[in-house]
Design a protein around this ligand. Structure first.
Ligand SMILES: Nc1nc2c(c(=O)[nH]1)N[C@H]1C(S)=C(S)[C@@H](COP(=O)(O)OP(=O)(O)OC[C@H]3O[C@@H](n4cnc5c(=O)[nH]c(N)nc54)[C@H](O)[C@@H]3O)O[C@H]1N2
Ligand SMILES: Nc1nc2c(c(=O)[nH]1)N[C@H]1C(S)=C(S)[C@@H](COP(=O)(O)OP(=O)(O)OC[C@H]3O[C@@H](n4cnc5c(=O)[nH]c(N)nc54)[C@H](O)[C@@H]3O)O[C@H]1N2
Ligand code: SF4
Ligand SMILES: [Mo]
Length: 905
């Protein structure tokens, strides 16, 4: 009998801030499957496409498995031992600190680190080295929300929890595409609305996203006009008598200034600024005023703006004025993006904070932490925050930088700045799980980290709920937990920098770190002194605060109208509309918007390994309103150069009526592994919000021009996709335009297309070598020297396993579909070389997968809708939308564009 032991491990998803609990099944060595944890309060058993496909990301190809070091910039990194790696890092850092002071080094971390990892790094920077130059990608993400909460309520973090989203009568969803970015939470509010159709949703987003398409009212505002909108709504609420004077008097200050300010924000003016109908504004205010419980959900559309903090505050004003806070179903709820954005804030792991929501500039707070950390070097001033940090590396003020669990060369605004900075740095350490990121080439020392399924610790999700992350399998290669790497470095650095006071980093495991972190929170707003691994083990994930003696966490804060400010009152803030940093002009007439796709995660180091996740959207494209295309004579599929003073990128255009005229959209994910360009951040601005220091990643002013590149080449190949992607890297740089994607479920393959003025010298040979498409018994060629057409097919066991079409590529679509579907080849081989866009007998349909879990295509869904099926029938017969539900909004939208054939009786 073939008996296999299966282990079950409870852990948490490593992607978004919903924080879904998972049960991981493994055989001890390999992860076999994952399932949503039905007992986890965040997801109650559900998972989205990204969470469900995590086991498919676990292969060792492309993983950073060993420490690697290079002696100089011209050399390749060589494998070294952990001892050599850590000692080198300590010597380089200590030499620089001794010569130039503690602020000559910096750490750039991530909201994807676990709380324990984060805690050690923060203690190491502020408590041992004595620098506050420790910032994280949360600066690009949550810092405006943090400042909004702190300024209004005196303390960070949302007042409510996920149940409030379901209890609300009105949901305001502002600058958030939850359907893509927080799918499982979106499933929960969808279900709540289905059960109570009288519940209302207002979605505020310049684009008609899948989230907006399901709203009762979609306010497609002009980019960057949220402050005007919220002020306009408050104007109407006050005018119509919806203000709660008792609450305002008892629990807030600053109302009169705001009242005076919003007097100017008349409906007509606001409708003009926002580019919406006055009636819609009036309706939005009316619904806000008359609803019993209002919850506002918001994300990057508010935060990533030079007015990010103001946008948060203007929205919070609405809640304070109407007392929509501190009750079930009521309150402003910032959705966190990364799995541990909250944990990072709790340990104070950023340049502007100290541990446990303390402030660096507060002497009492510093004294408390000095005691905890036995440290006399805690800085009294904030350090450099993300953009400023890389600026300082560029100028040479900061000489060594330690990057962990983030890919700044891709994700920071104005990419050129970060590249220039890292080129100029004396020493760059990168702590990564994969070798394939755009930051990896800049690392002098690469430290291999364990990742999801392998690492241990805890995270806090959007609703302040702390969950355990547990390893299901052993660490591959010589990878180590991030906490371990930070601790080992700290111990050695301590011995060198302060040999008289060693022993502050003697942690045996993550549990010991968590226990120390809990102690630092005692008496603070986020008090978790009553929490431990033991309790999390026994009782499952817990909300904070959870003080000593508590039996459960606090569901809602500020229920008594008391806030964390000095006088206990919440603060109104009178904030004016200023708009975006980049203004559109005759030279740069388009608003470029950036954001997320449903099935990709940031720089794609993990999601880009799974062909299923590239089925929904295969490769880089810019979306544009059809009327703008028509006016400019642009056709779908043409290449556009999108540019401004910072840079230029080339990509195909697709028509989308999700965009208003005058706006275009490019997803943030695409990078040099999948594209000839470095990413949309070539074009974004490094301008930041003056309060939160968060950059305006959501918007840039650009122009577009059609570019015609006559030489085309398309190739596909089944096989080891990570290796093929590695091989293709240099080729993507040799042409003006290229995109790569993964196709195929059973046997994954790469599909790559190139375009240029003419074929670069030796290109076709190099491409064949990169994809193992060299001439052999399995291949057949078609060559037309005169026309410069070079075609090759590769067949194994009467299956098309690869092809390369150069000079003429009409058949690429259906040949690609053959490789993707992996079925038998039923034509004479030479048919592959005919310049025809469809297969000889038309039997092969080219379609797009909509439901990823079951693998249902748009063709199948359209056919069923045409056949008169309703949504429930689709679910029953095709099974689409029955698993994770991520595709439900899109399927529902297909009913609108695809009216069912009327039944004639
Ligand atoms: N699939 C997927 N999910 C993710 C992630 C991922 O990479 N992929 N990342 C996670 C992370 S870290 C984060 S921070 C979240 C982000 O989650 P979201 O913020 O929901 O996602 P985005 O697509 O970045 O931006 C949301 C919307 O803001 C809109 N927007 C742009 N400008 C404005 C404006 O001026 N005002 C308003 N009101 N809206 C505007 C955009 O059109 C976009 O639809 O997602 C998390 N979840
Ligand atoms: N234009 C534009 N730019 C944006 C945004 C946008 O909306 N528009 N959004 C911004 C936002 S909100 C965010 S949060 C950032 C995200 O930007 P990044 O932080 O750069 O995104 P990731 O690709 O998630 O980077 C995380 C890295 O950590 C690695 N990793 C995974 N697991 C582990 C681990 O356990 N340990 C270690 N050490 N490494 C690991 C991954 O391989 C990956 O390379 O992007 C920002 N940039
Ligand atoms: S919603 Fe999806 S990506 Fe987010 S935590 Fe849950 S499974 Fe992971
Ligand atoms: Mo984020």
């Amino acid at each position: 009998m073939n008996q296999r032991t299966e282990f079950e491990t409870r852990s948490t998803c490593c992607y978004c801030g919903v924080g879904c609990g998972m049960v991981i099944r493994s055989d001890g060595e390999k992860i076999i499957s994952v399932e949503g944890d039905a007992s986890h309060p965040a997801n109650l058993g559900r998972l989205c496409t990204k969470g469900r496909t995590l086991p498919l990301t676990m292969a060792n190809d492309g993983r950073a498995l060993y420490p690697a070091l290079r002696a100089s910039r011209d050399e390749a990194r060589q494998r070294v031992s952990w001892d050599v790696a850590l000692d080198t890092a300590v010597n380089r850092f200590a030499d620089i600190i001794e010569a130039h002071g503690p602020d000559s080094v910096a750490f750039y971390l991530s909201g994807q680190l676990l709380t324990e990892d984060y805690y050690v790094f923060n203690k190491l920077a502020k408590g041992l080295i004595g620098t506050a130059n420790i910032d994280t990608n949360s600066r690009l993400c949550m810092s405006s929300a943090v400042m909004g909460y702190k300024k209004a309520f005196g303390a960070d973090a949302p007042p409510g929890n996920y149940e409030d989203l379901e209890l609300a009568d009105l949901l305001i969803i502002a600058g958030s595409n939850m359907a893509y970015a927080h799918p499982v939470l979106f499933r929960r509010i969808e279900a709540a609305k289905q059960a109570h159709p009288e519940k209302r949703w207002i979605v505020i987003d310049p684009r008609r996203t899948d989230t907006a398409a399901m709203a009762d009212l979609h306010l497609a505002i002009n980019p960057g006009t949220d402050v005007a909108l919220f002020n306009g709504m408050l104007h109407l609420l006050l005018w119509d008598g919806y203000a709660d004077r008792r609450y305002i008097d008892a629990s807030t200050t600053g109302f009169d200034d705001v009242k005076a300010l919003v007097r100017d924000y008349t409906p007509k003016l606001v409708a003009d600024i926002c580019g919406i109908a006055e009636q819609d504004l009036i309706l939005a205010a009316k619904w806000f005023g008359e609803s019993k419980n209002v919850t506002s959900l918001y994300c990057m559309g508010l935060n990533q703006s030079v007015q990010g903090t103001d946008k948060n505050l203007a929205l919070i004003n609405l809640h304070l004025a109407t007392a929509q806070i501190g009750r079930p179903g009521a309150g402003p709820f910032s959705l966190t993006g990364q799995p541990n954005a909250m944990g990072g804030r709790e340990v104070g792991g950023m340049a502007t904070m100290l541990a446990a929501h303390r402030d660096l500039q507060n002497p009492e707070h510093r004294a408390e932490m000095a005691k905890f950390w036995a440290s006399d070097v805690i800085p009294s001033q904030p350090g450099l925050s993300a953009v400023g940090l890389f600026d300082a590396v560029k100028s040479g003020k900061v000489k060594a930088v330690w990057i962990a669990c983030t890919n700044p060369v891709h994700s920071m605004p104005d990419q050129q700045l970060v590249e220039a900075a890292l080129k100029n740095a004396e020493f760059v350490v990168l702590q990564e799980a994969f070798t394939t990121t755009d930051t990896a080439p800049f690392a002098d020392l690469l430290l291999p980290a364990t990742s999801w399924g392998e690492k241990e610790g805890s995270v806090t999700n959007s609703e302040r709920r702390i969950s355990r992350v547990r390893p299901a399998i052993a660490a591959p290669g010589e990878t180590k937990g991030d906490w371990w790497i930070a601790t080992q470095f700290a111990k050695r650095l301590e011995a060198r920098l302060s040999p008289l006071s060693t022993g502050r980093f003697e942690y045996e495991n993550t549990e010991a770190i968590f226990a120390e972190h809990c102690l630092t929170t005692e008496g603070r707003d986020l008090d978790i002194s009553g929490l431990s691994y033991e309790i999390l083990e026994a009782k499952g994930p817990q909300l904070w605060p959870f003080p000593k003696g508590a039996t459960e966490g606090l569901a809602r804060r500020y229920t008594d109208g008391q806030f964390e400010t000095a006088d206990g009152k919440a603060k109104f803030h009178a904030v004016r509309h200023l708009g975006t940093a980049d203004k559109t002009s005759a030279r740069f007439p388009f608003h470029l918007l950036t954001g997320r796709l449903r099935d990709q995660w940031h720089g794609m180091s993990r999601t880009g390994r799974v062909s299923q996740l590239l089925e929904h959207v295969a490769s880089a494209a810019v979306s544009m309103n059809p009327s703008d295309m028509e006016r400019r004579g642009i056709k779908a599929g043409q290449l556009l150069k999108v540019s401004n003073t910072r840079g230029a990128i080339l990509l195909p255009v697709e028509a989308s009526d999700e965009l208003a005229s005058g706006s275009i959209f490019i997803p943030m994910h695409w990078n040099t592994r999948f594209w000839s360009e470095a990413g949309v951040n070539r074009l974004t601005t490094a301008k930041v919000d003056p309060i939160s220091f968060q950059p305006e990643l959501k918007h840039a002013a650009v122009r577009v021009e059609v570019v015609d590149l006559p030489w085309q080449c398309v190739a596909a190949r089944m096989g080891p996709t990570e290796i093929y992607l590695d091989n293709l890297g240099p080729l993507l740089k040799k042409v003006k335009f290229a995109t790569v994607t993964l196709i195929g479920r059973e046997t994954p393959a790469v599909l790559v297309q190139f375009a240029d003025e003419k074929a670069p010298e030796g290109f076709i040979e190099a491409l064949d070598a990169a994809l193992s498409l060299e001439a052999s018994e399995a291949t057949q060629d078609y060559v037309d020297q005169a026309k410069q057409i070079y075609k090759r097919g590769r067949w194994e066991n009467s299956q098309l396993t690869g092809f390369r079409l150069a000079g003429e590529t009409k058949a690429a679509g259906w040949l690609g579909e053959c490789v993707k579907q992996g079925g038998g080849w039923s034509w004479p081989r030479l048919q592959a070389f005919a310049p025809r866009a469809t297969p000889p007998n038309g039997a092969l349909t080219v379609s797009k997968t909509i439901c990823n879990c079951v693998g249902v295509t748009d063709t199948a869904i359209k056919a069923a809708i045409e056949g008169g099926a309703d949504f429930q029938t689709l679910q029953k017969e095709l099974k689409c939308g029955t698993q994770c539900g991520s595709c439900v909004p899109e399927i529902k939208r297909m009913f609108l564009t695809q009216p069912a054939t009327p039944v004639v009786v």
